[in-house]
Design a protein around this ligand. Structure first.
Ligand SMILES: C[S@@+](CC[C@H](N)C(=O)[O-])C[C@H]1O[C@@H](n2cnc3c(N)ncnc32)[C@H](O)[C@@H]1O
Length: 243
């Protein structure tokens, strides 16, 4: 096995078996901090260079970004919907925040919610390095605590609902956080929900809701794809548009 494949497989396994990844949002060995250093030192101050630097880093030291393969599905969903106001649940080190916001027109906004303060700080710095700070606001916390703040932000942007929601945080909260957004009137007709990691680790309640029990609420498509940075692992994304 080539050293790079070995290294990213090993760092994937160490992240997945760490005590911190699911509870605290970091792999526990400082790789997220190292990633920031790598971006600041090696990347030019533009989105393409920042994303390339993060992908290169993650090919050696695995990171739970959407990655370049699934990222292309995300790009297409953004290009199809042309959203003005977007919510991201789970920022990690800011890869998808850069990817999404680099496609947005002037005046559009991505609100990125991240529970881990260190990740929120890394995301702000990575986004700044990519020159996209005016398009991204990182909110630190979880949706149950931040829903009122996010509602106010939406009002200040003169928007009623999000056009696009990228769901990529703790899989146990995919459905409950969607229901919280719905209950608060933050999603509506035409909102696109893009849910990552629907095979690994998957979110059975969310899958059941959008594909079976409440399927009349949405037009839904599942795309079979590959897990981030590990092409031997299958994954999928589920894209649902509210009717
Ligand atoms: C898979 S990573 C996000 C990857 C990022 N969207 C990307 O593609 O570049 C998941 C992130 O969600 C955060 N997270 C986990 N549970 C959360 C919650 N309930 N609310 C907000 N963020 C959460 C973790 O700290 C972690 O940074």
């Amino acid at each position: 096995m080539a050293p790079e494949i070995l290294s990213r497989t090993w760092t994937f396994l160490t992240a997945m078996t760490s005590k911190t990844i699911f509870m605290e949002g970091q792999a526990g060995d400082g790789r997220e901090k190292q990633l920031l250093k790598s971006v600041v030192e090696d990347a030019e101050r533009n989105p393409e260079s920042v994303m390339k630097t993060i992908d290169k880093f993650a090919n050696r030291s695995w990171l739970m970004n959407i990655g370049d393969d699934k990222g292309q599905l995300l790009d297409k969903a953004i290009a199809d919907r042309k959203p003005k106001i977007i919510l991201e649940l789970g920022a990690y080190v800011g890869y998808s925040a850069v990817r999404i916001s680099s496609q947005l027109d002037e005046g559009s906004k991505l609100i990125s919610l991240e529970m881990c303060p260190e990740n929120a700080s890394i995301t702000r710095q990575v986004v700044d390095h990519a020159g996209l700070s005016d398009k991204v606001t990182v909110v630190e916390g979880i949706l149950t605590d931040k829903v009122e703040e996010i509602k106010r932000m939406l009002q200040e942007l003169n928007a009623e609902t999000f056009d696009f929601v990228f769901i990529d945080h703790d899989k146990r909260y995919y459905l409950s956080d969607y229901l919280l957004l719905k209950e608060n009137g933050l999603v509506g007709k035409g909102t696109v929900l893009f849910a990552d990691n629907m095979k690994i680790p998957g979110s059975p309640p969310y899958r059941e809701y959008v594909l079976n029990s409440n399927k009349d609420e949405f037009d839904t498509v599942e795309h079979n794809t590959r897990f981030e940075y590990l092409s031997w692992l299958p994954d999928s994304v589920i894209i649902s548009t509210l009717k």
